[in-house]
Write a protein that binds this ligand. Structure first.
Ligand code: ATP
Ligand code: MG
Length: 460
């Protein structure tokens, strides 16, 4: 990236320089040479008068005076002075000509004239008598030969080149600085990504700009944060799972030891207690299994006609002994007629069991639980509300994440691994339903669900 920036700046400066040299060259060719041509013609226009006065003053073509005139001739022009019989008197050129040609060749420039302009001037005496004629020829593409003009042109080109070289150096320095500014945060990011890859999830990069690189840094930081909280949840889950497994296993062991020592008789009651513990283990492992398959997208829902009212009644029937034992008042508002929809009965039972069991678990004695089912034209709406401990606002967004347990529930030793609601969410996704939760600490919680009512012919 740094090299690319460097090269592109270099190319831009080079192109600008070449274009300005070309345009200056163009201006000189078309404007400056026009000016030089005009000066040549102006000075040639004065030539007849000057030559005439030389002859009038001296009575002959005085060599010294002619030499003086030749100094004022346009550079590059050649004049052949002939008498009235056509005999050549002298040839005149500016003495600078030779010098210029030589110095141009010395500079590696060639001097050659392809097109000449010719002119014949008549030199007349005071009585209008013809003294001589002058054949004049000069380059039609006026060349810049005058030392003054030439040095002006070279100075312009030289300063342009100097400015170009300066721009090049400054540009390259600037591009070096910009590329450094750009590349540095990217390098830091690469380092950070590598460190995160090695498991250092505390890695953070400094956000020093608001541009795309800054956005990338921000995205990286939030990703590292997400990974860290996932990692924490995973660790917490492992601890919870260990706890969840140990409790029923310890209980089983102590029952068996008591049987072996003859302290407890293996009667109906004790065996039922054993079976309850085994049920806990089985339900935990099936919860885990279902969630795992749901999350990798393989949980298959059976499409069958299900009566929602009877599913809810069944779950309530199963849980009401527990609810009553805790002294919680349970009210239900269910339609008397069946509410049928195409769904998976086992999964729906699990969903409502998890929700109502939560309501029971997180509601204290003398609390209330209300379960309602309303039939809408296209959906069935189910509300499960309680007057329990509630969930704080900052914890609400996480409760559907697997293994997440709110601070309060962990402190209360209510048990649970935090997969109940994650499973609820997955089951709802499978049934294309929605869930919404309203809660406040100490104010209780309401879960609002909608399940689309499908016709017999549809499948999930
Ligand atoms: P599990 O259901 O796996 O045995 P859990 O009940 O702790 O364990 P979830 O059912 O997923 O886990 O619930 C996640 C968290 O959401 C709970 O730990 C609890 O903090 C909070 N929560 C869920 N339902 C309620 C409720 N009705 N009242 C108060 N808090 C609740
Ligand atoms: Mg639960």
């Amino acid at each position: 990236m740094r090299r690319k920036l460097f090269l592109s700046t270099f190319a831009i400066i080079l192109v600008t320089l070449i274009l300005s040299l070309l345009s200056v060259n163009f201006v000189f060719k078309h404007q400056f040479t026009d000016y030089v041509a005009k000066t040549t013609e102006d000075s040639l226009a004065q030539l007849p008068n000057r030559l005439s006065s030389v002859y009038t003053q001296h009575g002959n073509w005085d060599t010294l005076s002619l030499y003086e005139i030749s100094h004022d001739l346009p550079v590059g022009a050649e004049i052949t002075l002939k008498d009235t019989q056509g005999k050549i008197i002298t040839a005149l050129t500016n003495p600078m000509d030779e010098m210029m040609k030589k110095s141009m060749m010395g500079m590696g420039m060639s001097y050659s004239v392809n097109n000449w302009k010719t002119q014949t001037l008549t030199i007349k005496g005071p009585q209008d008598n013809i003294l001589a004629t002058a054949d004049v020829r000069y380059p039609s593409d006026a060349q810049i030969l005058d030392p003054k003009d030439l040095s002006f042109v070279t100075a312009v080109f030289r300063s342009l080149l100097l400015a170009g070289a300066l721009a090049l150096v400054l540009g390259l320095l600037l591009s070096l600085w910009t590329s450094n500014q750009l590349v540095k945060p990217l390098r830091n990011l690469t380092q950070a990504v590598k460190r995160v890859g090695k498991g250092h999830l505390d890695e953070k990069v400094l956000i020093s700009s608001q541009d795309e690189v800054g956005e990338l840094a921000q995205a990286f930081n939030s990703m590292a944060n997400d990974l860290k909280s996932q990692e924490m949840l995973r660790k917490q889950f492992t601890a919870d799972i260990a706890h969840e497994l140990r409790t029923p296993l310890t209980s089983l062991r102590s029952y068996i030891e008591a049987f072996q020592d003859g302290v407890l008789p293996p009667d109906q009651e004790n065996l039922a207690a054993l079976s309850e513990e085994i049920d806990r283990l089985v339900s935990l492992s099936s919860d885990l299994k279902d969630l795992n398959i749901a999350e990798i997208g393989k949980l298959q829902a059976q499409s069958q006609s299900v009566d929602l009212t009877s599913v809810l009644e069944k779950v309530i029937r199963n849980l009401s002994p527990l609810i009553q034992k805790k002294g919680i008042e349970l009210t239900t508002q269910l339609p008397s007629e069946p509410v049928t929809l195409i769904a998976d009965e086992r999964l729906l039972t699990r969903l409502f069991y998890n929700l109502i069991h939560n309501a029971y678990k997180y509601t204290g004695e003398k609390g209330k639980i209300k379960i309602e089912l309303f039939v809408r034209p296209n959906s069935a709406d189910i509300n499960v509300s309680d007057t329990g401990i509630g969930i704080s606002e900052n914890e609400l967004p996480f409760i559907f994440e697997r293994f997440y347990r709110a601070e309060k529930s962990r402190a209360r030793e209510t048990g649970g691994t935090g997969i109940g609601l994650a499973l609820v969410k997955q089951i709802l996704l499978l049934h294309k339903g929605t869930i919404d939760v309203q809660s406040g600490v100490g104010k209780g919680t309401t879960f609002k669900l909608t399940l689309p009512l499908k016709t017999e012919t549809q499948t999930l």
